[in-house]
Design a protein around this ligand. Structure first.
Ligand code: PGA
Length: 258
């Protein structure tokens, strides 16, 4: 973390978990134990049908609600899809884009880029995900793969807007597996991402962008991961479903910043 130049962000990704009623229950529990300190931004990205309940419950708090996907088109014949304008109108502040689980369903880098652009146009903060598979890591092409994902995902995003983007590095082999990247492995790639942003934009932008780590981050390993200079927070799946665990990760972000 580096709080001097950029925000620390602890974001939950609920995936396809919890109903609207369960959302309400979770938010009540979370509110009761939410730390008062403001050392990081807090986001919870929830299933679309849970957004209204989450927004309502967190209205008077510092927790921003987000979606897990969006459609880049403004409106039209896209049955089952949700536009960025719908998300902002529903009270969303964030949207996860290009999660590996969605990429596995066919989402391309071009789709990711269109969604990032649409999210920024609508005033949403995109949390753009990237990450390599185990095969790619073992083939030693992580650097090349991540560089390509970042370049294609950010294509056409202006220098003024890049600061509004959050990037999440999520190695696919660490997601939901309990196999967390070591702090060194995670730091190496987050640092690489910052270098790519520096080359694409400039040092100021690279210094200002928040880069999160995701992949089996939990209440036990968060402190060490967040202690890395280029890891500015976490995108948390499983552990964000339990208020106590999520709060412990928020508390882990309250440490002397590098
Ligand atoms: P996990 O998921 O924390 O359950 O590994 C992270 C994510 O997929 O965003």
């Amino acid at each position: 973390m580096n709080r001097k130049y950029r925000k620390t962000v602890i974001a939950g990704n609920w995936k396809m978990n919890k109903t609207p009623s369960e959302t309400k229950e979770f938010m009540t529990q979370l509110k009761a134990i939410l730390p008062k300190g403001r050392w990081c931004d807090i986001a919870l990205c929830v299933p679309a049908v849970c957004i209204p309940a989450a927004v309502r419950a967190m209205r008077e708090t510092r927790v921003g609600i987000g979606a897990e996907n969006c459609n880049p088109n403004p409106s039209g014949a896209y049955t089952g899809e949700i536009s960025t304008a719908m998300l902002t109108d529903a009270g969303c502040k964030y949207v996860i884009i290009g999660h590996s689980e969605r990429r596995a369903m066919g989402e391309t880098d071009a789709d990711v880029n269109a969604k990032v652009t649409a999210a920024l146009d609508a005033g949403l903060i995109p949390i753009m995900c990237c990450g390599e598979s185990l095969e790619q890591r073992e083939a030693d092409i992580t650097e090349e793969w991540i560089t390509t994902q970042i370049k294609l995902g950010l294509a056409g995003v202006s220098e003024e807007r890049i600061r509004k983007v959050i990037i999440a590095y999520e190695p696919i082999w660490a997601i939901g597996t309990g196999r967390t990247a070591t702090p060194e492995q995670a730091e190496d790639v987050c640092k690489l991402i910052r270098t790519v942003v520096r080359k694409l934009y400039n040092s100021k932008s690279a210094r200002a962008i928040s880069i999160l780590y995701g992949g089996s981050m939990n209440d036990k390993n968060a402190y060490e991961l967040l202690a890395q200079p280029d890891i500015d927070g976490g995108l948390i799946g499983g552990a964000s479903l339990v208020p106590e665990k999520f709060v412990k990760i928020i508390e882990a972000a309250n440490q002397p910043a590098v």
